[in-house]
Design a binder for this molecule. Structure first.
Ligand SMILES: [Zn+2]
Length: 340
């Protein structure tokens, strides 16, 4: 049995993965059949469309999928089917990043959006045994107005299972400090702060996320290793980094996997978690990201289990639920070891 088999069967948590970015060709085929037009509904043609070429092509695929999500039913289908793809990888718990602003712009009222994702969440938990929690993400390129709107959705229309508030989109030219007031407001209401930072810009963006936005985890944080003082700070305060190796190659944040700083982070004692970001659009899966991390870090099965438990520790699950999921992972490892 290979590493891949061990990873595939390991119960897992994922804490950095995007809603629309998780739409697989199978899901898009269903959406395209509902809304005939620009995107093929034929699965073979879709697989071709999805074959990752470069970052510009990723944006093209992403926007084509955004265009297919027009109604609350589409939101429900996408969410439930994304949960199905996760459950098939033995993901037991996920903090899924939603961008409600995009759906509202597409004409789905926020009330209907919330009803659709909550309906999908409870159905997925019942049918598939996967628990989902939500992070609302500000599309940074739309600036402070989008952040204000997203805060309103988070505070005045909060779904039961909203736990965090994020900031995504491009980093270059989108200074983190302008979002401080909005983050102050949502944090005061009890939401966790989980912005992207240091993916395509330097370590100062990570400092800004920590100091201005009160970040409790950092999305990517790839450039953190360029600043020794920052690495020491992340280690001292055990601030998790949500590392997404294939995504970093796809967006050219890192040139080749061999040069990915995950090993530097890990060796320094940073709380590293492994995540998939926009998996089908980057031609990957969470399981594949664990295989990559195991290779880059030289991990055996116990090491893979440990790093997978980092995602549980870094999650916002209540402590007893964290302990239960970690115990499930330990039991899987023990069972694997006796069989091996
Ligand atoms: Zn992301």
């Amino acid at each position: 049995m290979s590493h891949a088999d061990f990873i595939a069967g390991l119960p897992k948590a994922e804490i950095h993965v995007h809603h629309v970015g998780s739409a697989s060709p199978r899901i898009v085929s269903e959406l395209a059949a509902r809304h005939p037009g620009t995107v093929p509904s034929d699965l073979a043609a879709l697989r071709e469309f999805y074959t990752f070429r470069d970052f510009a092509h990723f944006i093209e695929v992403y926007l084509a999928v955004v265009d297919l999500i027009k109604t609350p039913d589409d939101v429900q289908l996408l969410t439930y089917e994304v949960a199905r793809d996760m459950a098939a990888q033995n993901i037991r718990y996920a903090e899924l990043t939603l961008t409600p602003h995009t759906s509202v712009l597409a004409g789905v009222p926020i009330e209907a959006f919330v009803e659709a994702v909550e309906d999908a969440r409870t159905a997925a938990e019942r049918d598939l045994g996967i628990r989902l929690r939500w992070i609302y993400d500000v599309p940074g390129e739309f600036g402070v107005p989008a952040a204000e709107a997203t805060a309103t959705y988070a505070l005045d229309h909060a779904p039961d299972s909203l736990i965090g508030f994020g900031l995504g989109g491009p980093e270059i030219g989108v200074e983190r400090p302008q979002f401080k007031e909005v983050f102050d407001r949502v944090r005061a209401a009890g939401l966790h702060s989980v912005p992207h930072a240091g993916e395509t810009t330097g370590p100062q963006t990570v400092w800004d996320a920590l100091e201005q936005l009160g970040a409790e985890r950092i999305g990517h944080g790839t450039s953190s290793v360029q600043d020794e003082r920052l690495v020491a700070h992340l280690v001292e305060h055990q601030i998790p980094l949500e590392v997404c190796p294939t995504s970093n190659i796809a967006t050219r944040a890192v040139d080749v996997l061999e040069n990915h700083p995950i090993k530097q982070m890990y060796d320094a004692g940073v709380h590293v978690t492994v995540n998939s970001d926009d998996p089908p659009m980057f031609g990957t899966t969470l399981n594949r990201e664990y295989e990559i991390a195991a290779d880059l870090l030289g991990l055996d099965e116990a090491g893979v289990t440990d790093i997978a438990k980092n995602a549980v520790t870094a999650s916002f699950l209540p402590a007893p639920e964290k302990a239960a999921l970690a115990a499930e992972m330990d039991a899987y490892l023990a069972d694997w070891s006796t069989r091996g």
